[in-house]
Ligand binder design. Structure first.
Ligand code: NI
Length: 138
């Protein structure tokens, strides 16, 4: 089933929304509204339930020769092995490394780990994307 509803918007907000659609490559307003609603609901779930299960992807760049980061980041991953499903390490050039970790666990613990990784000195372009999962039925 698909529910249809009409949204009223003043001209200025509507023009800004259309610009947003173009920037983000949306073919129509409905798809953009669906994504925005999903985003808001995910954020609400994230804030309301620290124990809710989630999967998350954390990505960042660093110079492995700086601050002994190559060794220290690997050590950090091993300390939280229960939260880490997978770790991808790519050598970008002589010095730079890109890492993407796929995490799984309770939202609060997973985000605390991801945020602690990307806030370390020398870690660049850190980004954490959390996807809340439905509570397991028991
Ligand atoms: Ni590397």
């Amino acid at each position: 089933m698909t529910e249809r509803f009409t949204v009223s918007m003043d001209d200025e907000l509507s023009a800004r929304f259309d610009a947003y659609l173009r920037q983000h490559g949306y073919a129509n307003r409905s798809e953009a509204v669906r994504d925005l609603v999903r985003g808001v609901l995910s954020e609400q779930a994230r804030q309301q339930d620290a124990d809710r299960p989630c999967v998350a992807a954390v990505t960042y760049l660093y110079d492995h020769q700086e601050r002994d980061l190559g060794r220290r980041m690997t050590e950090a991953h091993h300390e939280q092995v229960d939260l880490t499903l997978s770790a991808l390490h790519v050598h970008i050039d002589q010095r730079l490394c890109l890492e993407t970790l796929v995490l799984r666990g309770p939202i609060a613990a997973t985000e605390a780990f991801g945020n602690a990784l990307i806030s370390r000195p020398g870690i660049q372009h850190g980004h954490l994307h959390t996807i809340p999962l439905d509570q397991p039925s028991d």
